[in-house]
Write a protein that binds this ligand. Structure first.
Ligand code: ADP
Ligand code: MG
Length: 712
């Protein structure tokens, strides 16, 4: 039990000294010496202001009438009067002090556990405080029955006569992240000092008009209430206010970034000539879906604008993104420009080349492929043709980004399966030509709210409709045996199958070894008699291409594969997929993988083979079994794992939200976006008196990270 705080923390004590927000804690706060100051630094708290903005990670309801509810999660706060005390020595090292406490109609046993010390009585302070007849609060882990708490293992206690009761008991108290040498109690007292000293005088950066419109708490009140709320409702209001602040700053920053791109003039005007587009459409052999038509229009409109396009195209696996990309590429070619299509894997590059070859046969469009698989001579030839402007459409992997690859007429580029690339690659492609129109495609379904927050500087198009008569794979979570039996039955009908093993990290040798071993086991055991091939990422490019082509031609019944096949493979005769150790894949990957089957007219089945050990893993698999809607899967994933995962793949360091939670605050985010747009429409440089504070804050928060923020 800490005894360092003999003084109470009344505002009057610290207010004058620490009203400067940047004053270091240790100089002005009661209870912080150099040693504590160093511990607090670990938590990122150096100044009064840091403390004020150090948001609790949770809250604990210690109000008297909240005790029964609080007992449910094990942490209780109980007020009562001591009726008896008892000192027990259990072992030479551990001692227990017990107090029976009467609270309402009940009696509760409170226990203090302490390591004994032969030099002094570790229980002396407790014995002095806790005597028969004392009124006090005890807080700690409670145990009880249906009627309520019976026992408490005491972590904190306060005598009713102690003025600190007002801060630590009978209220909703904040719970902070801790580090060694820093207790909840210390944090609470420091937060209280910070709030008392500083909260009332912080400048509210939000214009009054917005605060009124959205009925938000004033900043001083929000900062007080986030630490010490008077009620759950006030806490929620405070959280909303602080979340809104973060979100509107984020949205303002996005809009400004976008405005800047729009300031660039690409000095080129596309015309829709149709001498390529029309024959292309005729060759498709199917009618475009309404969604495809709408998105193609959106892209064409963008391309015809005077500033460069940056558009994200989201569409579930199989929604037909390739045709959309090809249409845009052809518009570029019709206008005498070059277009590039960048993909994450060689297999996918092959696949796209085949598709393009099929749809553009007989048209005057020169295509070429650039991957690391090419021999030195082939590469030189291709690079030379591209540089001479002879090639119209170039399909390739990140090999396209190499320094010596120069495109004299490049005006349009597509990045397919962008979630497989990093932000750096997107930027490098942009650098090849600043005025490039960029189309970024992804099948990793990102919930709309998150897409807005993550890609706020992009325009977003969504293919929300699947081509007709595309069958979705029925998915089951089963043991291996029935899955392989079903696979054999399909093979007997002349269909093909994939068996997929996880390689979570491309470099993981262990995973690769086990995939190879499994291939041997399947080939000799359960799948004996079938023609089984193996494909994995570590194979030479040529071998991969050969195996894939052979599988496409039906020379193999079963392809044992690592996730190299995750994107782009299109073999209509493949109707079964068995995913081994499915619990090791993320939901988005599983959804992508099963999108590889059901691409023909046949019914198809996906078996998830997994011994899911946690509830979360089971929940994830259950979601995949129950729905084939990629966007719903994205939403579920977001609920289960939080946005961290998505943000990780999106690699946006900008997104540092403390109070806002994209899962809960979707609506608030939409409002913040609306408000940010309206605000900048009215006052493009945020120079109005009422907006000055917000302007300063925006520059302070984002200027460091984005040199591009420009309010001049
Ligand atoms: P993804 O969005 O996953 O990249 P693809 O572009 O590979 O999807 O399309 C999946 C399959 O659907 C392809 O075989 C493609 O030819 C076909 N397809 C695309 N659009 C249509 C359409 N409107 N009607 C019928 N089939 C289509
Ligand atoms: Mg695709």
């Amino acid at each position: 039990m800490s005894r360092h705080y003999t003084k109470t923390t009344r505002p009057s004590q610290s207010a004058p000294a620490s009203s400067d927000p940047d004053s270091p804690l240790c100089r002005f706060f009661t209870g912080v010496g150099p040693k504590r100051a160093r511990a607090l630094e670990v938590l990122g708290i150096e100044t009064v202001s840091d403390m004020l903005y150090c948001l609790p990670r949770d809250w604990q309801d210690r109000r008297e009438d909240a005790a029964p509810a609080a007992a449910a999660n094990g942490v209780v706060a109980i007020k009562g009067r001591v009726v008896s005390t008892h000192h027990i020595r259990t072992s030479p090292r551990l001692g227990i002090f017990k107090a029976r406490i009467a609270t309402g109609e009940r009696k509760i046993d409170a226990f203090w556990f302490k390591h004994l010390n032969y030099r002094y009585d570790v229980f002396a302070p407790v014995k002095k405080d806790v005597t028969v007849g004392t009124d006090l609060w005890v807080m700690g882990r409670g145990e009880g029955d249906l009627l309520g708490v019976r026992e408490v293992r005491v972590e904190e206690y306060y005598l009713l006569s102690d003025p600190r009761c007002a801060l630590h008991a009978d209220r909703i108290v904040p719970v902070y992240d801790l580090t060694e040498g820093v207790t909840q109690r210390l944090m609470r007292e420091l937060a209280h000092q910070a709030v008392s000293a500083r909260a009332a005088t912080v400048e509210d950066t939000l214009p009054m008009s917005l605060r009124r419109k959205r009925e938000l708490l004033a900043l001083p009140q929000a900062l007080r209430a986030i630490h010490f709320p008077n009620s759950p409702a006030e806490l929620e209001a405070a959280r909303s206010r602080l979340a809104y602040d973060e979100l509107i700053l984020l949205e303002l920053a996005w809009i400004l970034k976008r405005r800047q791109t729009r300031g660039l003039a690409k000095n080129f005007c596309y015309e829709i000539k149709k001498h390529l587009l029309t024959p292309f459409r005729e060759r498709l052999g199917f009618e475009l879906t309404r969604a495809q038509k709408r998105v193609i229009n959106e892209i064409f409109e963008d391309m015809r604008r005077p500033y460069p396009m940056t558009r994200l195209l989201q569409g579930d696996v199989g929604s037909g993104k390739t045709v959309v990309a090809l249409s845009a590429l052809l518009l570029a070619v019709e206008n005498g420009c070059q277009g590039a299509l960048m993909v994450p894997t060689e297999i996918l590059a092959d696949q796209h080349m085949a598709t393009i070859g099929k749809f553009l046969e007989g048209l005057d469009v020169k295509t070429a492929m650039l991957t690391s698989r090419l021999s030195k001579k082939e590469r030189e030839k291709t690079v030379a043709a591209v540089a001479a402007g002879e090639t119209d459409i170039i399909v390739g992997t990140h090999a396209l980004l190499e320094m010596d690859v120069q495109f004299p007429r490049l005006r349009f580029a597509v990045i397919d399966e962008q979630h497989r690339f990093g932000v750096r690659q997107r930027t490098t492609l942009r650098q090849k030509s600043l005025l490039l129109d960029l189309l970024i495609m992804t099948a990793t379904p990102i919930p709309r709210t998150l897409a807005l927050a993550l890609y706020g500087d992009l325009d977003v198009s969504t293919l929300d409709e699947m081509p007709p008569d595309k069958t979705t794979a029925h998915t089951f979570h089963v043991p291996e045996e029935p899955a392989l039996a079903a696979l054999k039955a399909e093979a007997a009908k002349g269909h093909q199958a994939y068996v997929v093993y996880p390689i979570i990290e491309e470099s993981s040798n262990l995973d690769l070894q086990s995939a190879k071993a499994e291939y041997e086991r399947l080939r000799e055991g359960p799948l004996a008699g079938l023609r089984v091939a193996l494909i994995h990422g570590a194979m030479p490019g040529r071998t991969k291409a050969r195996v894939m082509a052979e599988f496409g031609r039906g020379l193999w019944d079963v392809l044992v594969a690592t996730p190299v096949i995750e994107v782009g493979i299109d073999v209509p005769n493949a109707t079964v997929m068995v995913i081994q150790n499915a619990d090791r894949f993320g939901m988005a990957s599983l959804h992508q993988l099963r999108g590889r089957i059901g691409r023909g007219a046949f019914a198809s089945t996906c078996f998830l083979v997994a011994d899911a050990k946690t509830d979360e893993a089971r929940q994830r698999l259950a979601t995949l079994v129950s729905t084939s809607d990629g966007f719903r899967i994205g939403e579920e994933d977001l609920k289960l794992r939080g946005p961290g995962e998505f943000i990780g793949t999106a690699q946006h360091g900008e997104l540092t939200l403390k109070a806002a939670d994209l899962r809960r605050d979707a609506q608030l985010l939409a409002l913040a976006r609306q408000d940010a747009e309206a605000l900048l429409a009215q006052d493009p440089r945020l120079l109005a008196d009422d907006n000055m504070a917000l302007r300063e804050r925006l520059l302070a928060v984002y200027k460091k990270r984005w040199s591009t923020i420009d309010l001049a």
